[in-house]
Ligand binder design. Structure first.
Ligand code: NI
Length: 135
């Protein structure tokens, strides 16, 4: 099995808040991330597709196609947006890196032209990242 990865970056703002909880509980749970007017991150996204090379092209997946699919279905929807308000696939979830990775998976899983989506890795900071492998 061969694993092919495309990396993209985007910038978004968000506020971590559970609307079912009190201000005090949210403050205790999320601290600075609960700041009323939000804060921003420079996210790094790595999307990995696995498969065997096509004998005709030698590709598992054409990276130009994969890039365009990621940009159209993810980057254009989240870059320079507020993740709490602007993103259709994040409606009614707390926009943590975990939930964002799951949402990104949902945007991409059925659109991969060849091979199989195996990982969505999302860095929120240089030191913190989430990896989602589906299910
Ligand atoms: Ni944050």
């Amino acid at each position: 099995m061969i694993y092919v990865t495309r990396r993209e970056t985007f910038c978004s703002s968000h506020r971590l808040c559970n609307t079912n909880l009190s201000e005090e509980e949210n403050d205790q749970l999320f601290g600075k991330c609960n700041n009323l007017n939000g804060h921003g991150h420079n996210y790094v996204l790595e999307v990995t597709v696995a498969g065997k090379p096509d004998p005709k092209t030698g590709y598992v997946v054409d990276l130009k196609l994969l890039k365009n699919i990621i940009i159209e279905n993810v980057i254009d929807k989240v870059d320079h947006r507020n993740l709490n308000l602007d993103v259709d696939f994040l409606k009614n979830v707390i926009p943590t890196t975990e939930n964002l990775a799951v949402g990104i998976w949902g945007q991409l899983a059925d659109k991969i032209p060849s091979g199989k989506l195996t990982s969505v890795k999302l860095y929120e900071t240089e030191n913190n990242y989430i990896e989602y492998k589906g299910e």
